[in-house]
Each structure stands twice: as C-alpha cells, then as structure tokens.
Design a protein around this ligand. Structure first.
Ligand SMILES: Nc1ncnc2c1ncn2[C@@H]1O[C@H](COP(=O)(O)OP(=O)(O)OP(=O)(O)O)[C@@H](O)[C@H]1O
Length: 214
C-alpha cells in the first residue's frame, strides 16, 4: 500500500535523501536501520506527511500524496496510518481511555475498541487513569494502543523503545509485533537497536545509495 518514488529531500543545500525509491509490501513489519544522520527520521517524516519532499512521490494506496488536497491527505493518514513517534507524546490532560480513543474520534468512529486495546496492551481497567500515573514502559504501551486502535494499514514507529531499559523494550516490541499481526497492519520502524530490528520480518539499511536489504 506504500510506494516511494524518486524521493529527494535537501536541507540547506545538502541532499539528505536523493532519488530514493522503494515499494513496501502490505502487512509486513519492516525495520529501517542506518548510520546517525543518514536520513531515517527524515524518511519517516516524509511518509507520515509531516514534511514534504523536494521532488518525488509518496504513493499510498496507489495515490500520490501530492495530488491530494490537505483535507484528503489528512483523511488518508488518519484512516490508513498509525504513529508512534517519540515527539507524539501521550496527552497529559486526557485519561488513558481518551488518549487511545482519539484516533477513533478523529475518524468519527465509535470508541468501543479503545477499552479492548488498553486491555490488549495489559492496561485493562486503567482507562480512567492519567498518564502521570504511568511508568515509561506503560506510557509506550498506551502509545501502541493508540497507534493501532483504528486498525490502520500501516504503522510508522520512530525508535519506539528508545528510552526504555532492554527488558521493558523487549516486552514492548513483542507486544507491538503481536498487535501488528492481530490487526493485520504493516509497520515501518526506524531503530538503532539490533535487538529491536530482529523483531521485524525484514531489515532494510538506509545509506546514501538508498534502501537495501541488510
Ligand atoms: N528540519 C531540519 N532542518 C535542517 N536539517 C535537518 C532537519 N531535519 C533533519 N536535518 C538534517 O538531516 C540529516 C538527517 O537527519 P535525520 O534525523 O533524518 O537522520 P537519522 O538517520 O534519523 O539520524 P539519527 O539516527 O541520528 O536519529 C541530518 O544531518 C540532520 O541534521
């Protein structure tokens, strides 16, 4: 459902991504690794629509994102994608249930699945709690529940376990993989961690020459 065609992104005259093309098979869990500064987060931001390429296309469900107006592009992202970005924190003034229900509300869907997703990530019955009452690992589980509650076709994750200890990280990644499988979503996860990447179906390496099988 996702294809990148000739993506180029330049910052201050320096090409970070240069004519990058790749087709992601639906339903696969793909890890992207690569040296610091090579452009992994930039690539994820372009796929997520948080940033626009200088040239080239992000093609979702056969439709080039640049051909859609803002509302249509936002709608496509809201319904077809889920996000676990470190910058997208769980919202502190909403309960856990309200946090997880947010994508459903934005999609004007019923919020029944929110409680089931909280239970699926081991936080059943804690929907009325607030984020401040949770540990870092628990917060990341809320982020996973929120990212998958609307059954997106594609999950985008940027270092989803970056600030967790190895044991907690392992648990979160096993949960992430199980929930991806359960919802049938594909996933693209950027990570520096070999242990995290080993959880994926496939590992790609981003270099100046593009994306290659690791
Ligand atoms: N908004 C921006 N403005 C200017 N330069 C940027 C911007 N975003 C990223 N860059 C530059 O683009 C390059 C790639 O950054 P990016 O964060 O995508 O790399 P990365 O592979 O994710 O790195 P890391 O593994 O260290 O997180 C870096 O040199 C960075 O300084």
């Amino acid at each position: 459902m996702l294809e990148l065609s000739g993506l180029t992104k330049t910052y201050g005259g320096r090409a970070v991504l240069s004519n990058l093309s790749h087709r992601f098979a639906p339903g696969r869990f793909v890890a992207i690794m690569g040296e610091s500064g090579v452009g992994k987060s930039t690539l994820l931001n372009l796929i997520a629509g948080l940033d626009a390429p200088d040239s080239g296309e992000v093609i979702v469900d056969g439709r080039p994102m640049s051909a859609l107006d803002d509302d249509a592009a936002t709608g496509l992202r809201r319904t077809r994608m889920g996000f676990i970005f470190q910058a997208f924190h769980v919202l502190p003034h909403l309960t856990l249930h309200q946090n997880v229900a947010l994508p459903l509300l934005l999609n004007r869907s019923g919020t029944e699945r929110a409680e089931a997703m909280l239970a699926a990530v081991g936080l059943g019955g804690r929907g009325a709690d607030f984020p401040r009452q949770l540990s870092g690992g628990e917060l990341q589980r809320v982020a996973i529940a929120r990212a998958l509650v609307h059954q997106p076709a594609l999950l985008l994750a940027d270092e989803p376990t970056g600030n967790l200890d190895p044991e907690t990280a392992g648990g979160i990644l096993r949960l992430l993989r199980a929930e991806i499988r359960a919802t049938g979503a594909g996933a693209i996860m950027v990570t520096h961690s070999h242990a995290a990447a080993d959880m994926a179906d496939e590992i790609l390496l981003l270099t100046r020459d593009g994306l290659q099988q690791a």
